[in-house]
Write a protein that binds this ligand. Structure first.
Ligand code: ATP
Ligand code: MG
Length: 457
């Protein structure tokens, strides 16, 4: 946030000042009154259960300079007609006023948060970077993240989600990106978009928003993403394993822990990369991050070395850990769709070579008409990869039907009515590798039961 008076905030948001107009907001914006820092702006939302305006006093006690809401409270602040519109306008003003700020926007079906964290870790080596952990990719999280940027910020890395046509265009207006990354188009949110082509149409709005002196970072290995080159004025930098990629991985190998190594090739130079994060799919994610860092001016050798140190910063994503009893856990339970479940199952197979493998898979939401086929497809893959124990939780039962179509499969399929039943069915033995994955909360209890010390950051 940049320092602004209530008067300025009211002018920007079209709101009305309550109290002393010259009061200065210096801290960040928060909508959780418990998170406020001194000088911050508390945004009060009128929720169905809790009315944020009732926490104005708590926020002020925590040092807030003022409250932004849709009605007057006992605290000084600004009254607006719509908090999201007000946040969007404030964010835009902040971005416009910050000279020397490079905005990086990132979208795709799977791996946005993971890759945003990687990009953030790389760019932080070049200068002050805002890329907070978590999945702040909607009309609230996006301006909220933008407002974390201050006068010193050089890079702002924004995850951009699309629930429909026009959403990414709107987010790009709030904070116009100069570098836009499209990771992949897969079977995520198919219920919203109807088809992968529909998803591509919406995600491509990111590259349409780039200026002529911007850079579109596109996945050369994903035809729907590569085709977005025709939708932008910006310079194109392609990443991938394909020969035409400007930022390329050559000679990818996986170690026994499912971690990839490869040679990073760009602009006639090359350097070895050895990742510490798990899964073949991290090759694409780290190449995307490399392309951004190279574009921002980091030398190739430094990018390669830094990639070896990037880690998982947001919870429940490809979090691999060994327990004292010799069981290896892959907690990838944050969310699931058929593409990300495929990536996770392949990681399980890589880590589980020569070991007993267990997969606990929950329901994948938002698949629309692909709901049944999406679950069956995942089940078939689990069986083809030879998962030894496949537990489908609650509405994920069609996974087992898919697995049953693989005649050569010798593993065991089980249906658990709920997460407690799945935990009871785990039957883990020393040396096992267990993957836990499902949409949102649907397998979180299972993942937490494997992690007695609590969820790690
Ligand atoms: N390139 C990839 N391809 C397929 N799956 C991936 C890829 N990168 C990450 N994943 C998997 O996708 C899941 C979600 O990861 P992440 O949270 O980074 O994605 P996201 O795009 O931010 O998701 P959301 O739409 O929920 O915000 C994780 O379980 C992760 O293992
Ligand atoms: Mg996310």
């Amino acid at each position: 946030m940049i320092a602004m008076t209530l008067d300025e905030i009211a002018a920007v948001t079209g709101g009305r000042v309550v109290g002393e107009p010259g009061v200065r907001v210096t801290g960040p914006v928060e909508f959780d009154s418990r998170k406020l820092a001194p000088g911050g702006l508390f945004v009060a939302f009128d929720g169905e259960k809790v009315d944020g305006h009732e926490f104005a006093g708590t926020a002020m006690a925590a040092g807030a300079a003022g409250v932004l809401g849709t009605r007057q409270t006992e605290a000084p602040g600004v009254v607006v007609t719509d908090q999201l519109v007000a946040l969007a306008r404030l964010a835009r003003v902040v971005v416009d006023r910050l000279d020397g700020l490079t905005v990086v926007g990132l979208t795709g079906s799977s791996g946005k948060t993971t890759t945003k964290d990687f990009i953030g870790q790389l760019l932080a080596r070049l200068g002050p970077t805002v890329a907070p952990p978590g999945s702040l990719n909607n009309e609230l999280g996006h301006p909220y993240t933008v407002l974390k940027a201050g006068p010193d910020t050089r890079f702002l890395v924004l995850e951009m989600g699309a629930r429909g046509v026009g959403h990414i265009r709107h987010l790009a207006q709030i904070a116009p990106p100069r570098i836009g990354v499209v990771l992949n188009i897969g079977a995520a949110h198919l219920g919203e978009f109807g088809s992968v082509q529909g998803t591509a149409a919406a995600k491509g709005e990111l590259v349409e928003a780039l200026p002529a002196d911007g850079v579109a970072v596109l996945n050369a290995d994903d035809p729907l993403v590569a085709a977005m080159a025709g939708r932008t004025r910006a310079r194109i930098v392609r990443f991938g394993e394909a020969a035409q990629a400007e930022v390329r991985a050559v000679g990818v190998t996986l170690d026994a822990r499912g971690r990839a190594s490869y040679t990073l090739v760009s602009d006639g130079k090359q350097a070895p990369v050895r990742l510490a994060v798990t899964g073949r799919h991290q090759v694409g994610n780290t190449l995307a991050a490399a392309a951004v860092a190279l574009t921002a001016g980091m030398p190739l050798e430094q990018v390669a070395e830094a990639l070896g140190e990037v880690g998982i910063a947001s919870v429940r994503r490809m979090d691999v850990f060994d327990r004292p009893d010799g069981v290896t856990v892959i907690d990838d339970s944050y969310n699931a769709n058929p593409s990300s479940t495929e990536a996770a199952l392949r990681a399980l197979a890589a880590l589980g070579a020569g070991r007993r493998t267990v997969a606990v898979l929950g329901y994948m939401a938002e698949l629309g008409e692909y709901e049944r086929s999406g679950h069956e497809q995942v089940g078939r893959l689990a069986a083809e990869l030879g998962v030894d124990r496949l537990i489908a939780v609650a509405e994920a039962a069609p996974i087992l039907a898919g697995a049953a179509t693989v005649g050569s499969w010798t593993g065991q399929g089980l249906h658990a009515a709920d997460q407690a039943a799945a935990i009871a069915e785990l039957d883990l033995r020393p040396g096992d590798v267990v993957l836990v994955k499902g949409s949102r909360y649907r397998t979180w209890e299972v993942a937490d039961s494997l992690r007695p010390e609590g969820v790690r950051p």
